[in-house]
Design a protein around this ligand. Structure first.
Ligand code: FES
Length: 569
């Protein structure tokens, strides 16, 4: 069987000389160019991405597996996205990385790919780029950190930061204690160990079948993470030989499985945007409404922060995602193919659960409603979402007076003001934080509450924005309002004092203002200035789709395949 890489390494002429000879500058032997599968290892390692800083070790283990199976591994870097450092938000660059991945794969002598991802956006970015090429592909996630520790108890990355921060603002925690917690929260290699976006997306990888079983939960420092990496290296060589391309795995049923799994794990709202974008690259027709109808009857089974109390390390020891998939029974398309050549049903049929408080049975779920609710109404004609399992039940049907901030700067300026005219029945509204608005749609949708309400013991309020929310966050936050304010959506026309109605059971979000008044405000509205006249910011601003379409760039939707480009010499 002749592979794609033969168009480079299989040539007997001057070009073949050039392609092979320069590769030999590191001591590679002739037999590596004998037509065996060339496996690209796409690495998001970076010291600026703490969650992915151990990826060189993972790549080494993948390489061992590739060599062992008779392949030729070649590791290559792509831009990395670290949640904790990048500004204004990694989401701005997700699509850019996807282009980097796509073009790096297509331009090089690669027959199959192992994608190494961990921190939130690295997972969707790599899947999107690789899907547009559609070669045989396996993703290996980097794994979560060990449980955080503070004064004898477990603490979760992200989730407890928000809690500690509010405790400092309300006076319940000293700054000295806050600093002590900082040292105990992230104490090993790996990504956030709550069921935040990284863990959710690692679970999505496993549920889609594009990662090996147990990929989601093995801690980054557990030796079994390296075993899994080794096995991924072995398997990708076979996948090239069997021509198992991404499009054979990422079919509609696989996406439906992933949506149901996100409900069962109490996963991040960010998965909504990312799955829509990935589906758009592999010609699967997935819509925002699929999230609602497929997730509606899925209970949250996994008792992990932010919805519950445990962490990813506990989840792995309890049985991990295979146990959840088995428990979901007929809610899962069990005959969907996965990268190990078996179906997802075969992979999970005997999966044991070792701790039924961490992974609850269907008959005794953590929360009855684990899915994502999709809202409609005059405030969000293209949709908005809320995660019921992270919200306060009493606020799921609510009518309140809008307290409006025109952008995130105004929010930061006003929220701590003791004179702010707000009480716990109000609805906090934040504009200009959508894909075009900020730009990049930052995770500011779980707006901190005003200190004067925190001091009264108020823990939650209805909040509405066109922003995203960290997967580690919680609260009654309506997110991803589409169209966003910066694109002239109705959110732009909300004013202080307007009444807003939320009814999650009815999937309804309504600005209770006369239509004629809304039209008057629309006529007076002027779009904000674009963030930049040049560079990637301009490309992004001009072409980004709204949240209900996955916030991909309009010209990136779809695939170009992996045909061999013309020779360079
Ligand atoms: Fe990287 Fe949370 S900061 S996964």
């Amino acid at each position: 069987m002749k592979f794609r890489s033969a168009a480079w390494f299989g040539l007997a002429d001057r070009d073949g000389f050039i392609h092979r000879s320069w590769m030999k500058n590191r001591g590679l032997t002739d037999h590596l160019f004998d037509g065996r599968p060339v496996i690209g290892i796409c690495n998001t390692w970076s010291e600026l991405t703490p969650c992915n800083a151990h990826f060189r070790s993972i790549a080494d283990h993948v390489k061992r597996g590739v060599y062992e199976a008779g392949g030729f591994p070649l590791e290559f870097p792509v831009m990395s996205l670290g949640e904790t450092l990048m500004r204004p938000t990694t989401m701005l660059f997700r699509n850019l990385v996807s282009m980097d991945v796509e073009e790096s794969i297509r331009a090089n002598p690669i027959d199959g790919v192992v994608l190494l991802a961990g921190c939130d956006k690295t997972t969707p970015a790599l899947l999107m780029g690789a899907a547009s090429c559609d070669l045989p592909t396996i993703m290996v996630s980097g794994g979560p950190m060990l449980n955080g520790k503070f004064r004898g108890r477990d603490i979760g990355s992200g989730t407890d930061v928000w809690k500690f921060s509010e405790d400092v603002r309300s006076g319940a925690l000293s700054e000295c204690e806050f600093l002590e917690a900082e040292g105990g929260m992230n104490r090993s290699a790996g990504h956030c160990m709550t069921m935040g976006t990284a863990s959710t997306m690692a679970s999505v990888v496993e549920a889609l079948g594009i990662g090996l079983p147990t990929n989601a939960a093995i801690p980054a420092v557990d030796s079994r993470r390296y075993t899994l990496s080794h096995m991924a290296g072995r398997r990708i060589v076979e996948m090239v030989q069997e021509d198992v391309r991404m499009s054979k795995i990422l079919i509609r049923e696989a996406f439906e499985n992933a949506i149901r799994v996100v409900g069962a794990i109490g996963g991040s709202t960010n998965a909504v945007i990312h799955l829509l974008a990935i589906a758009g690259r592999i010609d699967v027709n997935l819509s925002l409404d699929d999230w609602d109808h497929l997730g509606r009857d899925v209970p949250c089974l996994v008792n992990l922060m932010p919805a519950g109390k445990y962490l990813m390390e506990d989840f792995y020891y309890a049985g991990g995602l295979p146990a959840v998939i088995r428990e979901l029974g007929s809610m899962i398309h069990r005959d969907a193919l996965t990268v190990n050549g078996r179906t997802i049903g075969e992979n999970s049929s005997d999966a044991p659960c070792h701790n039924c408080d961490v992974i609850r049975p269907l008959g005794d779920p953590l929360k009855p409603d684990g899915g994502i609710a999709v809202l409609r109404g005059n405030l969000c004609p293209q949709g908005a979402i809320i995660k019921p399992s992270a919200a306060t039940p009493e606020l799921m049907k609510h009518r309140g007076r809008a307290v409006v901030c025109e952008d995130i700067e105004e929010f930061h300026t006003r929220i701590d003001d003791p004179e702010l005219d707000v009480d716990e029945t109000c609805v906090l509204v934040l504009k200009e934080c959508g894909p075009r608005g900020c730009p990049g749609m930052p995770e500011v949708g779980n707006m901190p509450l005003p200190p004067k309400l925190l001091k009264k013991g108020i823990k939650d309020m209805v909040r509405i924005s066109d922003a995203r929310m960290s997967g580690t966050a919680y609260g009654t936050a309506v997110l991803h309002v589409a169209p966003e304010a910066a694109a002239g959506g109705a959110l732009a026309f909300v004013q202080n004092g307007d009444m807003i109605e939320l009814d999650v059971a009815a999937r309804w979000l309504h600005l209770d203002v006369e239509e004629s008044e809304i039209e008057q405000r629309r006529a007076e509205w002027r779009p904000p200035e674009p963030p930049s006249a040049r560079g990637y910011y301009k490309l992004y601003y001009d072409h980004v789709l709204q949240a209900d379409r996955g916030a991909d760039l309009d010209f990136l939707v779809g695939a170009s395949g992996a045909s061999v480009p013309r020779e360079s010499h």
